[in-house]
Design a protein around this ligand. Structure first.
Ligand code: SF4
Length: 567
């Protein structure tokens, strides 16, 4: 079964902006109220409530704390009321909705009658109507437009999430009712693109799944549009509603989501569909185990280590590569289990996999750590102590410690995760074999250390960027959350450029061969490809991303192994 996931599904710009700001606020302020639910999605609203952001329907009940105006906006009357009450008001009205409010306000003053094309009672429409002093007519269909009275001068605006085709049909009808009609198609481009893509996908598939709140107007509209092009359409809120549906008769299934659906819910649905397919269920389950348990990451570490150590003409490459495998595999496994709740939002499939198989996985992890200890003791005590230190670092940085009455984790210091993670890989793959065991102090060993550190560091930044929405919901402060995605990407880009230049110049001045500079440049090329994907593509499966990011170690490892034959 082929699954086509819409690029445009999920949070629109305005909702993401409101969500980011409210999550920031929830970290700083105690009592936060939203006038009505922030967005039409029960799961997100429940999660926000757990962070102290409470929806309040009635204005009269608000007399303390911070009041947030949601992306739909509110009426000028309500805004004045809140200000008169002396409340701390944070206005998160989407600027695109604000623009429509401005158009209405400007034309009301010039004596125009306002017609709003939208859903009567929808929060955004209520807010728009407020800017017409509640004199606007609201029409949601051609039939309703038919009932409008004869008018002189009219402006027609639309709810930002209205159906594009329907809007123009209604405008045509309004033209028959007024002498002068000014139309403003204020349907947001994000809505327009989303609806266009849904039409395109729905016309290619046997079954269409639309994810989002049942009471979300824009999601319901996507389901309605899909029904015009596809025989079977499901409008669901979570993947639980898909259980019991027989997908064996479908060859192609399309997935899209409303503007208020978070990416973790879309990912859960897509992953559910991937695993429900009878024909490829077994192979996908195996793939799921390989990736979610950390086996693939361990394998990548093995190849990375073996390739680089072979390139360095190191004698005991195999033993140290097995150490790299056991270390990275067990650390990935235990870190996932320790930080299980955090995975719920960034990688739901992994979350359920680790949760359901926790006991077995802990047993496998302990066996892996025991083998790691035995193998490293067998090599030398120094090697064992370094591995012990790296393991403590790898495990303790996620564990909560009480310091001066405050619960703290090293992991929560922004950027610390990336540094510790990169340091652990470099120690196990390069420092332990070449510096501790091999007693090397050659420049080439130092360059390899730097190479591994940078590769893993930039990979972890891209991983944080991919997880940004889930991390924000979970309350984690990663580097991209703290300094912004663009700046974090810029840091990663510059690090890769500096690495290429540094290794190139060092190799030339030291008279080394060009294996490391070529390897670094090829890695730079792969990095750029993944970087583009992270920036441009939305709704990519976490499993696929994990594969791409684990290849940061696998590809240079394979290349280094090949280069070792030509030294
Ligand atoms: S759909 Fe468009 S106008 Fe509405 S909140 Fe999202 S970005 Fe803003």
């Amino acid at each position: 079964m082929k699954i086509i996931v819409a690029e445009t599904g999920g949070f629109c710009w305005g909702v993401r902006r409101a969500m980011d700001k409210i999550l920031d606020l929830s970290r700083k302020k105690e009592e936060i109220y939203t006038l009505g639910p922030l967005i039409h999605n029960n799961q997100v609203v429940a999660l926000l409530e757990s962070k102290g952001v409470k929806p309040e329907k009635k204005l009269e009940n608000l007399d303390k704390g911070t009041v947030v105006i949601r992306a739909h906006g509110t009426t000028p009357q309500v805004l004045n009321n809140l200000k008169e009450k002396g409340l701390d008001v944070v206005n998160l009205t989407c600027p695109k909705v604000g623009k429509v409010q401005g158009i209405i306000k400007g034309h009301i003053n010039k004596g125009y009658q306002v017609v709003i094309v939208g859903d009567e009672g929808h929060a955004e429409v209520v807010s728009l109507k407020g800017y017409s002093n509640n004199t606007a007519f609201v029409v949601g269909s051609v039939e309703e437009a038919e009932k409008l009275p004869e008018m002189e001068k009219v402006i027609v605006v639309s709810q930002t999430t209205f159906n594009y085709d329907e809007f123009f049909k209604i405008v045509d009808k309004v033209r028959e009712k007024a002498k002068e009609v000014k139309e403003f198609c204020t349907i947001c481009d994000s809505t327009h693109r989303r609806q266009d893509e849904v039409k395109k996908i729905a016309s290619q598939v046997d079954c269409m799944i639309i994810i989002g709140g049942k009471h979300s107007a824009n999601t319901t509209r996507l389901a309605e549009i899909s029904k015009q092009y596809c025989p079977v359409v499901y409008h669901i809120e979570t993947e639980d509603e898909l259980k019991g549906i027989d997908f064996s008769n479908f060859d192609k299934v399309g997935v899209s989501a409303g503007a208020s659906t978070p990416s973790w819910i879309i990912n859960s649905v897509v992953d559910y569909l991937r695993f429900v397919d009878e024909k490829s269920r077994f192979s996908k389950r195996v793939l799921g185990i390989v990736f979610n348990s950390g086996l693939f990451r361990g394998f990548s570490a093995f190849v990375f280590s073996y390739g680089l150590l072979s390139l360095a003409n190191f004698q005991d490459s195999l033993k140290f590569s097995v150490i790299a495998f056991l270390y990275i595999f067990s650390m990935t496994l235990f870190n996932g289990i320790i930080d299980l709740e955090g995975l719920r939002f960034s990688n739901p499939t992994k979350f359920y996999f680790l949760k359901e198989n926790k006991t077995l996985l802990i047993a496998i992890g302990i066996i892996s750590l025991t083998l790691l200890a035995l193998l490293s003791i067998n090599i030398s005590l120094n090697v064992f102590f370094i591995i012990l230190l790296a393991s403590l670092l790898g495990l303790l940085y996620r564990i909560k410690l009480r310091l001066k009455g405050r619960i703290m984790r090293l992991f929560d210091i922004p950027g610390s995760k990336n540094i510790i993670y990169a340091l652990a890989w470099s120690i196990v793959i390069v420092f332990n074999p070449l510096f501790i065991y091999g007693k090397s102090n050659a420049l080439s060993s130092f360059l390899m250390f730097l190479f591994v550190f940078t590769v893993v560091f930039v990979g972890s930044i891209l991983s944080d960027i991919k997880d940004i929405q889930g991390d924000k919901f979970y309350g984690r402060e990663t580097l991209p959350i703290l300094i912004g995605t663009e700046r974090a990407l810029r840091i990663a880009n510059w690090l890769v450029i500096i690495l290429i230049l540094f290794i190139g110049v060092a190799a030339i001045t030291d008279g080394q061969n060009f294996s490391m500079p070529i390897l670094t440049m090829l890695f730079g090329g792969y990095y750029m490809l993944v970087n583009k994907l992270v920036v441009k593509k939305r709704n990519v499966s976490p499993l696929y991303y994990e594969f791409l990011l684990d290849n940061f170690a696998l590809i240079p490892g394979l290349l280094a192994f090949v280069f070792s034959f030509f030294k």
